[in-house]
Design a protein around this ligand. Structure first.
Ligand SMILES: [Zn+2]
Length: 374
């Protein structure tokens, strides 16, 4: 067993460790050399798992299951972070029990936990407003929370006015922002949605005849629209004069064959409709600001055809390991691990991690892309 394997074995004994911690005070643990903040977060978690509760039976059974499954500290902390938001009698333990029994990766459980907390009213929606920070080193920060549509319009206006493309985006947006505030810019533009809209055929039928409840459609600028907003945008002519429809096959991916060195506008549009945000796990880069990426690199004979294309943000397009293994490899090669590469697996674009795992992006707009509508 190397040190990493020992570490992972220890991780699976978290319940036993926390049980011992529940008998100690955080101050004693701090005097053993632990940060007081860390010691307190451990004992708080241990209290929830072993302390007095409104659901003793559920607590006992869930703790036993967590021990049997060898759940890690990280996992249990995540469960606690979400469960403690539920204040109704018994609600927190019902959620803990559900999450402890949930079969899935850490990320899948966390996504499910967020959904459940939202359903149970444990999370307050964000409040709209303009917030001004205090002075730090002579600088201040302003943040604005408002509807995704208006903020996306503002973003597009500022993006369109960027003059110096070489500096980081946040710095490049400053000058257009002040131009806009001082009225020396062109004013807020109403962007045309040449942005791709991914919508399933059933939903499209509902939307176009105006029946049924509001359907949510996802856009390649990383935002969503209700079907009412969609119809309004269509009436206002801001969807452009062409509506793009991409054809997707559930296992083969985008359909249609092409041979050209540069992704044509049509291929680009099809690739955007597929994922709507950069498909790299945990990335938020909207497809509108992504680059076309050849899954099998062009220099290795990869064709410019829909199934070999995807959108990747500038950063992930840069770190993608174009020369990486095309076959599954059991262990990463020694030395600094590569970042992995994009692959199409059962029709969907996934990150092929250096260790061999295939990982998708769980961003909420990504899961509304065309391939997920099938
Ligand atoms: Zn990315």
């Amino acid at each position: 067993m190397d040190k990493y394997e020992e570490f992972m074995a220890l991780t699976s004994q978290t319940i036993g460790i926390l049980k011992d911690m529940s008998k100690r005070s955080p101050y004693d643990m701090a005097s053993d050399g632990m940060a007081r903040k860390t010691a307190k977060s451990f004992t708080t978690l241990a209290d929830a798992l072993f302390g007095p509760t409104d659901s003793p039976r559920l607590q006992r059974e869930s703790v036993a299951l967590a021990e049997e499954r060898g759940l890690s500290l990280e996992y249990l902390e995540m469960v606690e972070k979400h469960a403690k938001k539920l204040k109704k009698r018994g609600a927190a333990w019902r959620l803990r029990a559900e999450l402890i029994a949930f079969e899935g990766t850490f990320e899948e459980v966390e996504a499910y936990a967020k959904k459940r907390v939202m359903e149970k009213g444990g999370d307050k929606p964000k409040q709209r407003g303009v917030r001004l920070g205090r002075v730090v080193d002579g600088l201040r920060t302003i943040s604005i929370t408002y509807t995704q549509r208006r903020i996306a319009d503002l973003e597009k206006t500022l993006d369109a006015a960027i003059k110096d493309d070489d500096q980081p985006r946040s710095a490049a947006l400053l000058e257009p922002f002040w131009d806009l505030v001082e009225g020396t810019g062109t004013g807020l533009i109403k962007p045309e949605y040449r942005t791709v809209i991914a919508i399933g055929l059933d939903d499209f039928a509902k939307v176009s005849c105006g029946k049924g409840e509001d359907v949510i459609v996802a856009l390649s600028d990383g935002t969503t629209m209700t079907s009412t907003e969609f119809i309004n945008a269509a009436m206002a002519g801001s969807l452009g004069d062409k509506l793009y429809v991409g054809l997707f096959h559930p296992t083969a991916g985008p359909v249609n064959l092409y041979e050209a060195r540069f992704a044509s506008e049509k291929l680009r549009t099809l690739a955007m409709a597929e994922n709507l945000v950069c498909p790299w796990p945990d990335c938020n880069g909207p497809a509108d600001r992504c680059q076309v990426h050849h899954i099998d690199a062009h220099k290795h004979g990869g064709h410019t055809k829909p199934s070999n294309l995807t959108m990747l943000c500038k950063y992930h397009n840069g770190v993608n390991d174009d020369d990486g293994p095309r076959k599954k490899r059991k262990r990463p090669s020694p030395g600094k691990p590569k970042r992995g590469r994009m692959r199409r697996h059962r029709g969907k674009v996934r990150l092929h991690a250096p260790g061999g795992k295939l990982v998708g992006n769980t961003h909420h707009v990504s899961s509304m892309g065309a391939m997920d509508l099938l």
